[in-house]
Design a protein around this ligand. Structure first.
Ligand code: AGP
Length: 362
């Protein structure tokens, strides 16, 4: 029962849940590994994944952001065409579906009404559905054909943290399993790579004072803040912006680095904080030019990069992890920066205004 969960020595559930992420990764590795070190997965899910011609990911909020990363995993690792949709839009605006769609519902709570209204429709149409959830007995889990458990442990803070990284980890495992079932060759051992992710997360959790200082320097009095990135980093930036908005009430937006010049750059003023992620080798120089563009207009830049791609002046360098799995690590600084920004601004971190943990109305 959620009411039995204690904060222990932590001042807030959010901070506790951020800190739990390395353990959640190890938990997922254990739960999805069999005695031969193969992926342990329901045979019916494996079959559904190999038989479908397209995956439709349906989710909301942070879970939608995990879905955006999931699409990259499914397409790049398993070569399964994938679309990601915001549930509330999809329910009255079904796109043209492929012949053999598989619906993947991603939901921490398993109770989000916007997702359920889509699931009711896809069930009526007779399409298979897989729910990825942290609550196996939940509505979305019971009403879908298949379920994969996130094994993140109860998440109490309204701002989702460990469920997001768990969702991405489970999606990576699903993608690798599908690739193997299809006979694709890949040099990617997901359990080994997730172990590396877990250690990297741990080292970030040990350096909280750095992120507290970044929050103090960049966000104590600002009205707004931008997150920029390219590729996977863009999607993580969207999540960073959502986190910051919901708990610190700072107006925050995530943008694709290349899109700034098409309008948003007009908002950059002297001192506007711009948090940039630079973890992707193939776009490292272009995201850095985007940072230059905003710095020239007065922005206060804060670059979070990946070991090996770092340059002098970066605010923080995350330890090296597999290039597809950087979102699982690069989001931690953003979670922590948001946490401390909310704290410094005297906001109610665990129960932000106007928000509920699970949104059971459409
Ligand atoms: C995350 O910080 C938010 N509180 C919110 O966006 C949440 O992710 C969304 O409401 C979806 O919830 P679910 O994963 O339980 O379906």
């Amino acid at each position: 029962d959620a009411s039995d969960i204690e904060k222990g020595t932590y001042p807030h559930f959010m901070l506790k849940e951020i800190d739990e992420q390395p353990f959640v990764m190890r938990n997922i590795i254990q739960e999805y590994q069999d005695e031969n070190d193969d992926i342990k997965l329901d045979e019916d899910i494996r079959k559904a994944m190999s038989e479908c011609d397209r995956v439709y990911i349906i989710a909301a909020g942070t879970s939608y952001h995990a879905g955006l990363i999931g699409k990259e995993f499914l397409e790049k690792i398993a070569e399964v065409p994938t679309e990601v949709h915001v549930a509330s839009e999809f329910s009255y605006n079904f796109p043209l579906l492929s012949e053999k769609p598989l619906f993947v519902f991603i939901s921490q709570s398993g109770e989000t009404a916007d997702l359920r209204s889509v699931l009711v429709e896809t069930n009526k149409l007779g399409h298979p559905a897989l729910t990825l959830t942290n609550v196996p007995g939940s509505t979305l889990s019971r009403e879908a054909t298949y379920t994969m458990h996130l094994h993140a442990g109860p998440e109490i803070a309204v701002a989702s943290t460990k469920a997001y990284t768990a969702q991405m980890a489970v999606l990576a495992i699903l993608a690798v399993d599908t690739a193997r079932a299809k006979g694709l060759t890949l040099d990617f051992d997901p359990m080994k790579e997730l172990g590396i992710v877990s250690s990297a997360m741990e080292s970030l959790c040990d350096q909280k004072e750095v992120f507290e200082q970044i929050a103090r320097d960049y966000l104590s009095t600002t009205r707004n803040c931008f997150f920029i990135g390219r590729g996977l980093d863009y999607f993580v930036g969207l999540e960073g912006a959502l986190k910051l908005k919901e708990i610190s009430y700072i107006q925050a937006e995530g943008f694709a680095g290349g899109e700034l010049k098409h309008g948003t750059i007009a908002l950059i003023e002297d001192g506007t904080p711009v948090i940039a992620l630079a973890t992707q080798e193939h776009v490292n120089s272009s995201i850095r030019s985007n940072v230059q563009e905003v710095v020239t207009r007065g922005a206060n830049d804060c670059i979070i990069s990946l070991e090996g791609l770092d340059r002098e002046g970066d605010a923080f360098v995350i330890p090296n992890v597999h290039s597809l799995l950087t979102p699982l690590v690069s989001v931690l600084p953003l979670q922590l920066i948001s946490y401390y920004a909310a704290l410094h601004r005297d906001c109610d971190v665990d129960k932000p205004r106007n928000l509920a943990k699970s949104v059971t109305v459409e």
